[in-house]
Design a protein around this ligand. Structure first.
Ligand code: SF4
Length: 312
């Protein structure tokens, strides 16, 4: 099947210990260099113009720069690395990163200040490094985006986080709602209490857009929200999973499309057939419904919306 993006999740090893993340130990499966290079060849052959390396923290892999060399050698137009930025606070490492052909960076953001950030990822001094990394990468002209995993603990700080990192050079932010969809039942039970309400995220997005932080057409993306928790005039923040045309290779070798991940979408409710926004909805995640029920999801009335509109 033809794809636009190939994402490789090499493993879940990491130099941070962020709350709610899979990367809580150095155990667990890890793709070999050969497997990654073969998957890259297959992805490129199947039409991918973009290569995306994530984890865990991909920069702790010993073969990190070797993988980037492979991506450049194959000729991917875009090479994105998703990272916590710890090592990119060093200007020399940031330059080497750019020289290796990276075009896009997604930095993991959690908080607007050191106190909350360092508490959430368990690494004192990491916020300062993240700020420095943001400035280094922006100064090098890379396309730097921020991914904010939204928890109960940081949902009230979203505007502050975006303002702060927008000031350091980040243009676009993805809001990813904390998911426990593929965690052990024991972990899902404890971490699941921190899943924020999607309706609150929708209200917060409304406030942030009205605050006019940025006029960028893709300033905020919220790929896990169904339309019914977002004001119709802000539908441009939504993402259909299938539109990503992304293949994901996971640490155990499993291969899935982005829209097959349980964290992106899920099932529909009995009343969803009456909803005018169903054509642009990927449904509601099972782990979310188990945490909060489905009382927030109400049919959208009015003319049918078939395509996610662009920002006006
Ligand atoms: S189809 Fe259902 S979940 Fe999707 S927007 Fe409509 S009411 Fe919400």
């Amino acid at each position: 099947m033809s794809i636009d993006w190939l994402q490789i999740i090499g493993d879940h090893h990491c130099n941070q210990r962020c709350f709610g993340c899979f990367a809580q130990s150095e155990d667990g499966p890890s793709l070999t260099t050969d497997t990654i290079l073969r998957a890259m060849q297959d992805g490129f052959t199947d039409g991918a113009y973009g290569f995306w390396l994530s984890g865990g923290e991909p920069m702790v892999r010993k073969d990190f720069f070797h993988i980037l060399d492979g991506a450049r050698g194959l000729g991917f137009e875009r090479v994105r690395v998703q990272t916590n930025g710890m090592w990119l606070a060093d200007e020399g490492v940031a330059r080497r990163f750019q020289a290796a052909g990276v075009t896009d960076v997604t930095l993991a953001l959690r908080a607007p200040n050191a106190t909350l950030n360092d508490k959430m990822n368990g690494v004192p001094g990491s916020f300062e490094k993240l700020e420095q990394a943001t400035q280094n990468l922006s100064a090098l002209g890379l396309n730097v985006e921020g991914e904010i995993i939204v928890y109960r603990q940081n949902v009230e700080h979203l505007e502050e986080i975006m303002r702060h990192f927008h000031g350091l050079g980040i243009q676009r932010f993805t809001l990813s709602v904390l998911s426990v969809a593929e965690m052990s039942s024991e972990k899902a039970e404890s971490v699941g209490k921190n899943i924020p309400r999607m309706s609150i995220i929708g209200e917060t997005i409304d406030k942030i857009i009205k605050a006019n932080i940025s006029e960028d057409a893709h300033f905020i993306q919220a790929p896990h929200l169904p339309p019914c928790v977002v004001k119709p005039e802000h539908y441009w923040v939504l993402t259909r999973g299938a539109s990503m045309r992304m293949r994901i290779v996971e640490p155990d070798g499993k291969v899935r499309r982005y829209d097959q991940l349980p964290l992106h979408g899920g099932g529909f409710l009995t009343w969803c057939d009456e909803c005018s926004s169903k054509p642009i909805c990927d449904g509601i995640r099972g782990d979310y419904v188990r945490a909060h029920g489905f009382s927030e999801f109400n049919v959208v009335k009015g003319p049918e919306t078939r395509v996610i509109p662009l920002r006006k």
